[in-house]
Ligand binder design. Structure first.
Ligand code: UDP
Length: 254
């Protein structure tokens, strides 16, 4: 059988044409970048773990009625997803000050915020992910007011649900980045959760010790990077049975 046609290659994932119209195959790589691509590396087994973690979290979200692009996991590194029209925004929701918020406003990392806050960043090559406001988003037509309302409502639900889910495993959800897409179904437009939810785009700290279990271990050279991702999967009860040796996984499905 011919190799699937590659449609897009990003920093951590590759998208291939799916088996049926309206579907895509999302392949998770071990590659990691940070600082807008200035730092590059490989986190062995990350793709396998993120595929599983994202499958697990999107499935749980689907069960409470959050629409997602996820259809099913195909193998160690690939999942079948619905093709959506991506909205060019990163929606960040924060519960505790960390990262760029701490830097920008001089807030000590770990300071609990009085309420969860949402920020938007514009996804565009070469612009270094600028923060934007609702005014920019609607003025430049990246999303309509109704799309934004839907994204905010979904983001708050997702954040509340995942905060509880993670806390049940002793993990504090500090912040997370979400991406959404438009799905046209029977002439109706729906905003659905897309991309992935994994330690690549969440901050996850041990609720008791504050130990980081996310990509900050890579970004900040904290060591034990693989172990952080594995610990998240272990706590969620989804670490592949064969353990670390199982992590390489098969190559792209033919
Ligand atoms: N994040 C992301 N992609 C990016 C930048 C940030 O997924 O290109 C996530 C990051 O993992 C964190 C949240 O968005 O969970 C907020 O990140 P922040 O704005 O603090 O940026 P950073 O400090 O990572 O540069």
């Amino acid at each position: 059988m011919a190799r699937r046609r590659q449609l897009y290659e990003g920093k951590a994932k590759v998208l291939f044409e799916g088996p049926e119209p309206g579907t895509l195959v999302q392949y998770f790589k071990d590659d990691a970048t940070s600082g807008n691509g200035t730092k590059k590396g490989v986190i062995t087994g990350k793709g396998v773990l993120n595929n599983r973690i994202s499958e697990y979290l999107m499935t749980r979200l689907g069960e409470i009625g959050v629409p997602t692009h996820f259809i099913r996991r195909l193998n160690m590194r690939e999942q079948l997803i619905r093709e959506v029209e991506m909205i060019p925004l990163e929606v960040v929701v924060r519960n505790v000050a960390a990262g760029s918020l701490s830097q920008r406003l001089g807030l000590q990392e770990g300071t609990r915020l009085p309420r969860s806050i949402i920020e938007y960043y514009y996804k565009s090559e070469g612009l270094n992910r600028p923060m934007v406001s609702e005014e920019h988003i609607t003025c430049f037509g990246w999303a309509a007011t109704q799309d934004l309302d839907d994204m905010v409502a979904l983001t708050l639900r997702i954040n509340d649900f995942l905060s509880g889910l993670f806390l049940g495993t002793g993990i504090a959800l500090i912040d997370l980045k979400l991406e959404f897409g438009r799905l046209y179904e029977n002439d109706e437009l729906r905003i659905v959760l897309a991309d992935e939810i994994s330690p690549d785009n969440c901050r996850l700290w041990d609720a008791r010790t504050g130990e980081k279990m996310d990509k900050d271990r890579f970004r900040r050279d904290l060591g034990k990077v693989e172990e952080g991702y594995q610990e998240v999967a272990r706590r969620l009860g989804i670490l592949p049975e064969a353990g670390v040796r199982d992590m390489k996984g098969p190559e792209v499905m033919q």
